[in-house]
Structure formats: C-alpha cells, structure tokens
Write a protein that binds this ligand. Structure first.
Ligand SMILES: C[S@@+](CC[C@H](N)C(=O)[O-])C[C@H]1O[C@@H](n2cnc3c(N)ncnc32)[C@H](O)[C@@H]1O
Length: 291
C-alpha cells in the first residue's frame, strides 16, 4: 500500500493511544515546563500536539487564555482533547486544532520514503524542495509560549533513517532543525517564550536507560553524547548552542535554560530519553516572579 508521511504519522499516533498511564511522568514534566514559561492569560501554541498525552489540558486551561494545537493529524488531536476535556467543559472553546504540515513532508509517499538513504536524484530533489518549504502561519498572532513537543525527531528522522552519516543528508537534517527553530521564534514574535522538548535517543541503542534512576540520567546523557549515541541531528549540546545563538538571547532579551533529561515511556517496548530547553522572555521572567 502506498502511504504518505501523514498517514504514517497517523498510524503511529493510533498505536500510541494506550500510552496515557505510561507517559504520566513525561506529561507532568512537559505540563510544568509550559506552565513555568507562561504568564496567566497568555496564549500557548503546541507544535506536534498529536494525542495530547504529554500535556494536562485542564491545568493549562487554568493558566492560558488560548491553546492552539498544531499537528498533521486532526483525529489524534480530537481524540486527545476528548480524553481529557468534555464538550461541556468551559475551557473547551479556548482550544483550537490546526491541521498543518510544519515541515513539508505531507505528500511524500512510502516508495519515496523507502528510497531514503540512496543517492537517487529524485530523493535529493524532494529533500531540496522540503528544505525550502515554509508553512503558512502568517494568520496567527504571536504566541506567549511556543512549545515543540517531541516533533523535531519526527521531522528529522526520515532524512537520516538509512544513512545517518551521509553528508548530504546530514546537511539537510541540519537545515530542517534550523528551520524548525526559526518557525518557533517566528511564532513567538518579539516577546514570546519557547519550550523545545526533544527525544534524542531510544532504549534500542541504550537499553540500560530503563534501569537508571532519574538522578543518573544527566550523567548518562553526557556519556551518550560523548559516544555519539543519539539520533543524528539531535545532539542536545548543539540544540542548546543553536538556541543560545539567537539574536534575542544574545541581546539579553530572552533567557535560555536546559532542564535535566527524563525518560518518556511512549511504547511498552521502547522508551526515549528526552531533553527540554526553555527560553523565557525577560519580561515574562519578571512577571512570573511576582505571581
Ligand atoms: C512523537 S509525536 C508527539 C507526541 C504528542 N505530543 C503526544 O503526546 O501524543 C509527534 C507528532 O508530530 C506530528 N508531526 C510529525 N510531522 C509533522 C509535520 N511535518 N507537521 C505537523 N505535525 C507533524 C505527528 O503527527 C505526531 O502527532
């Protein structure tokens, strides 16, 4: 069957629907980071919202006046909202689902995805056109908090799946990473804050992760980075450096912070190590201190 990228993502989301209890501590981490980044009454945007298993919507509704969810998969977002919030919930109208391709993968079908890693001219052409893709988000007012919830790995993974060391594909992955961060900064306008949450290694290549206490995960992260054991294009130290290099950070207008990593038990057979960065607008920092 010829499936496109969006259908593959929808199928992954369907498979993950039973994860609610397993991902409870991940949800707790993510929700707290979003609450910490936003002032009361602010507008929140969640990129890669999927089944919304990583956010407690009722807690976010107490803080934010508007929550815009973005994903390719409308069914997943609607399922996620229904799981948490009844149609009669007074906050339901504050949540908006936006179906949008945030990186230009939507129309790519299985046969093309299967040619990944080959040097087929067609594939190179597809990648070039994707790297020039820019989602049309001009209709949206800037958000107070822009969160990217484990979306970056999904955007980058297909590029590097088969030949993670191919220089052309690495440069395209880097281009995707840069354009995703640009998108976050754009949606945040001049004054919004960012929360970037990124899964960067799975228990497939580091099975011992499952047996470590949360205190041991920070040290483990540095060991994995030293050994090159992470998803290509998602080295947390590079992500940190890229965020710190943005003009708003360099001008002292936004303050970046890396948070200790944690485990995300998305599937019974596989967990991911996750890192998060908050880049909080200075004005928000002052406001939060007073709340
Ligand atoms: C790993 S899931 C994130 C988990 C999700 N936040 C949850 O708790 O269920 C990644 C999400 O990104 C979405 N996604 C992947 N590529 C996308 C793209 N190009 N544009 C928009 N959404 C995309 C997928 O549909 C999926 O819902």
């Amino acid at each position: 069957m010829t499936r496109n990228f969006a259908q593959c993502q929808a199928s992954n989301n369907l498979q993950a629907r039973d994860a609610w209890d397993r991902v409870a501590s991940h949800r707790q981490h993510v929700t707290q980071l979003l609450l910490d980044a936003g002032r009361s009454g602010g507008r929140l945007c969640v990129l890669g919202a999927g089944n919304c298993m990583d956010v407690s919507l009722d807690r976010l509704l107490e803080r934010f006046s508007h929550i815009a969810l973005f994903d390719l998969d409308l069914n997943a977002m609607e399922f996620g909202i229904r799981q948490q919030i009844s149609d009669q919930h007074p906050g339901r109208q504050k949540i908006q689902c936006n179906v949008i391709d945030l990186c230009g993968w939507t129309g790519i079908t299985d046969p093309v995805l299967e040619s990944l890693g080959t040097s087929s001219p067609r594939w190179q052409e597809v990648l070039r056109s994707i790297s020039q893709f820019s989602p049309s988000l001009d209709d949206f007012e800037p958000f107070d908090v822009v969160a990217s919830n484990c979306l970056l790995s999904q955007i980058i993974a297909p590029v590097l799946l088969r030949q993670p060391h191919d220089p052309i594909q690495i440069s395209i992955a880097i281009e995707f990473r840069r354009s995703h961060m640009d998108l976050m900064w754009k949606l945040a306008g001049q004054e919004g804050s960012l929360v970037l949450i990124s899964d960067f290694v799975a228990t497939d290549t580091s099975p011992e992760l499952r047996y470590l206490s949360s205190d041991q995960l920070g040290e483990k992260m540095f060991e994995l980075i030293r050994n090159g054991n992470f998803f290509s294009g998602l080295n947390p130290q590079i992500l940190a450096a890229e965020l710190a290099g943005h003009t708003r950070v360099k001008a002292g207008k936004a303050h970046p912070r890396a948070h200790p990593p944690w485990l995300w038990h998305l599937y019974e057979s596989r967990a991911y190590l996750v890192i998060a960065f908050s880049i909080i607008n200075n004005a928000t920092l002052g406001g939060l201190a007073c709340e």
